[in-house]
Design a protein around this ligand. Structure first.
Ligand SMILES: *Cc1c(COP(=O)(O)O)cnc(C)c1O
Length: 352
């Protein structure tokens, strides 16, 4: 069957640059960005600062570096960072906060990657020499392990009020901030005004091949610039990849609505399949998690069989699968994925 290209729903990082994006990249004006000479990188940084409503922005190779350089720029060794227990900085950045910044993490619970201002207040350490000093609060929006969940602006505002009251800085892991904005109709600045530093990613839903950025005050970005160099992320003729990011900002933001519609359609089809379960209302953006009944077998086994039929999804727990929609998955790909999954479930349960 897989004479057609696979439908790759493992992540929105798998997108490949479109022909027009490749043309923009090939034609990009470049210079040595370590000397500040790359006009395309400079243009991207100005555009991102404007989009996110900050004085300044800096282009970095990855979302992890964006987060880690932001953390390093706003903490001292021995400090503590408050974040959700499902956050990307905790699970998926190789222990960066401990290794690169010497910080411990104070993990908060909460549905779908969100937490409340009162939880932050209760987690802040008193100014006593026994304790690490709480320095930074990190919010992730949309929340990856939370299922692409969106923070209500009011909840961010309340967390910010507590942070300010206690002199804490705020960092937004906005790898998928634009998904939150397109889904809610909010402007990026409705969120970013509550944060000292904001990271955002061009190589997720926006479909660029490489790159992320950090935005903040001029003073903060000067610090991030130094740590980007220290962490090995200062690049030379980076305009080639910055051009892909600029193209993505110009052409690929509004279309995120298509990814969200595709995710909702896939979720409502899965909700009707025996042996699988999902609450379609939990799908707010482009990420969906669904559960596999034990009578069907493990998530891993189901993923292997789906892969053989041309649908690629990720097992994330013994009975749980993640699927992510993106630029390289069309509405008709979703129809095909639904029909492959549905016939697989029918045949599985018929022989069970
Ligand atoms: C993908 C992602 C990042 C960055 O990951 P990289 O692979 O380093 O680009 C950061 N935060 C969240 C929430 C993400 O999903």
């Amino acid at each position: 069957m897989p004479d057609r290209p696979p439908i790759d729903l493992r992540s929105d990082t798998v997108t490949k640059p479109t022909p027009d994006m490749r043309r923009a990249m090939a034609n990009a004006e470049v210079g040595d960005d370590v000397f500040g000479d790359d006009p395309t990188v400079n243009r991207l940084q100005e555009r991102v600062a404007e989009l996110l409503g900050k004085e300044s922005a800096i282009f970095v190779p990855s979302g992890s570096m964006a987060n880690q350089a932001s953390i390093r720029s706003q903490t001292h060794h021995g400090d503590e960072i408050i974040c959700h227990q499902d956050s990307h900085i905790y699970h998926y950045e190789a222990g960066g906060p401990a290794s690169l910044s010497g910080c411990s993490l104070r993990l908060l619970t909460g549905e779908r990657g969100l937490f409340e201002a009162d939880q932050v207040r209760a987690a802040i350490r008193p100014p006593d020499s026994h304790f690490p000093q709480t320095r930074l609060v990190v919010v992730e929006n949309t929340h990856n392990r939370g299922g692409g969940s969106i923070w209500p602006v009011e909840q961010v505002r309340d967390v910010h009020a507590v942070a300010r009251e206690h002199g804490l800085s705020m960092h937004l892991d906005g790898a998928r901030l634009m998904n939150a904005c397109v889904a809610t109709g909010r402007r990026p600045t409705d969120y970013t005004r509550y944060f000292d530093s904001v990271s955002t990613c061009f190589s997720k839903g926006l479909g660029a091949p490489v790159g992320s950025a950090v935005a903040g005050s001029k003073e903060l970005i000067r610090r991030v610039h130094r740590f980007r160099k220290m962490f090995g992320g200062a690049m030379r003729q980076a305009g080639i990849i910055a051009a892909g990011a600029l193209y993505a900002l110009e052409h690929h933001i509004d279309r995120l609505a298509d990814d969200h519609a595709n995710a909702r359609r896939l979720a409502s089809a899965i909700a009707d399949m025996p042996g699988l379960s999902i609450d379609p209302a939990s799908v707010e953006t482009n990420i969906l998690y669904f559960d596999v009944d034990e009578s069907v077998g493990t998530a891993k086994a189901l993923c292997d069989r789906l892969r053989a039929d041309g649908v690629w999804v990720l097992p994330v727990a013994p009975q749980r699968i993640r699927a992510v929609t993106h630029l390289d998955v069309s509405a008709s790909d979703i129809d095909r994925a639904i029909s492959i999954l549905s016939s697989m479930m029918k045949s599985t349960l018929a022989t069970a």
